[in-house]
Design a binder for this molecule. Structure first.
Ligand SMILES: NC(=O)c1ccc[n+]([C@@H]2O[C@H](COP(=O)([O-])OP(=O)(O)OC[C@H]3O[C@@H](n4cnc5c(N)ncnc54)[C@H](O)[C@@H]3O)[C@@H](O)[C@H]2O)c1
Length: 354
């Protein structure tokens, strides 16, 4: 039986990894200390997801470990000797990083280094997939020429019609402290590939989403937006006229790409992993789609100031992924994604009311 170690196993992507590989018959070991609740309060609590996984996948082993703990992280990697490692644990919010810079850097950068070094020592042949982010590009994408339509911003130059490629600069732009700690991790993951010849890869995520996200205002755009729509709670738009564009990818499609990489790993790779142009949507367009599916008007307010370093338009160019792994493609479009998130929030509310 193949063994997989996944960090952040109670989070959006980690939990999808647990489900996907458990269903394939792998033995899955998860690490998660529910730090999301510490970061975001009770709304960010991921325990429900951990319990759901433990109930459904009886062979799944949960470990209440903090990846900042270097010794214990090393011991666990040594003990399990996994066939694959997927690292999704993180402090994921821009805004929060500014108020907790040490926690942000210790989790995102140092935690990643702890895992890389444990892997090099005890499992150097094991493919190591790291969830990075498009925030490593900082706000440099905002310098591209943009065109404004009634509902969104878009790239004006033909060169960017398919989106942003992995060769885009990560240097000399504003990242937020979160983006900077993720750059440190991203470069380190690449370096363990190039320097030690380990099969590592960074997936620079666009908006990753899905029904198991605990969306909060500071993180989890669609999940939070749809929750607000259902509860008729006020959603605040921060700047850019609400026309800022995100490309959204369902967590299942993220994990199905990880599986392709594990089957034929490469060394020190980087991929932009988002929904691509077809799954791109602006906030205003997302309001309309949510309304059309739930029947509820979106209650919202507009604040003129945008979030620090926030992208105006970000679309991932998926061509490198598709070229390296032609068996992979997006399988869930925006309508399906919205519908699944809607159903999940309704179910969670029902469970909470019982
Ligand atoms: N969701 C997105 O839109 C998005 C976009 C781009 C990149 N990413 C990246 O993808 C990864 C996964 O994101 P997600 O949305 O699943 O996040 P998430 O917050 O849902 O999950 C992360 C999990 O890691 C756990 N965790 C945090 N600190 C920990 C620690 N010190 N030790 C052990 N566990 C810890 C949290 O409790 C949480 O369950 C992150 O690296 C994030 O930066 C996410």
């Amino acid at each position: 039986m193949k063994k997989l170690l996944v960090t952040g196993s109670s989070g959006l992507i980690g939990s999808e990894v647990v489900a996907f590989f458990s269903e394939l018959g792998w033995k899955v070991y998860g690490i998660d200390n529910n730090m999301r609740a510490d970061f975001f309060g009770p709304q960010g609590d991921t325990r429900w997801n951990q319990y759901r996984l433990q109930e459904k996948y009886t062979s799944f082993v949960h470990s209440e470990l903090d990846i900042r703990n270097r010794t214990e992280t090393g011991n666990l990697v040594k003990e399990i000797a996994p066939d694959a490692i997927i690292h999704t644990a993180a402090q994921p919010s821009h805004d929060l990083a500014a108020s907790r810079p040490f926690d942000d850097f210790d989790v995102n950068a140092v935690g990643t280094l702890n895992l890389l070094e444990a892997t090099r020592k005890y499992a150097a042949e094991t493919p190591f997939i790291h969830m990075s982010t498009n925030k490593v590009y900082g706000d440099a994408p905002n310098r591209l020429n943009l065109a404004e339509t009634d509902t969104r911003w878009d790239y004006a130059d033909h060169e960017y019609q398919d989106g942003i490629k992995e060769s885009f600069t990560i240097d000399q732009s504003k990242h937020s402290l979160f983006g900077a700690s993720k750059v440190a991790a991203d470069v380190m993951v690449q370096e363990y590939g190039r320097y030690f010849n380990m099969p590592t890869c960074c997936l620079r995520g666009g908006c990753l989403t899905g029904p198991n996200h605990c969306g909060v205002e500071l993180h989890g755009f669609l999940s939070y937006l749809i929750k607000c729509n259902l509860e008729e709670k006020k959603y605040t738009i921060f700047g850019y006229k609400g026309k800022q564009v995100r490309d959204n990818i369902h967590s299942h499609d993220v994990v199905s790409f990880m599986y392709e990489f594990l089957k034929t790993p490469r060394v020190g790779e980087v991929y932009n992993l988002g929904g691509g142009r077809n799954n791109s949507i602006s906030i205003l367009e997302a309001f309309s789609l949510a309304h059309s599916l739930s029947g509820k008007e979106m209650v919202h307010e507009y604040v003129d100031t945008n979030r620090e370093g926030d992208h105006i338009c970000y679309i991932s160019d998926l061509s490198k992924m598709k070229q390296h792994y032609p068996g992979w493609d997006i399988s869930k479009n925006l309508e399906v994604i919205f519908e699944e998130i809607l159903v999940s929030w309704k179910q969670r509310k029902k469970n909470a009311d019982q």
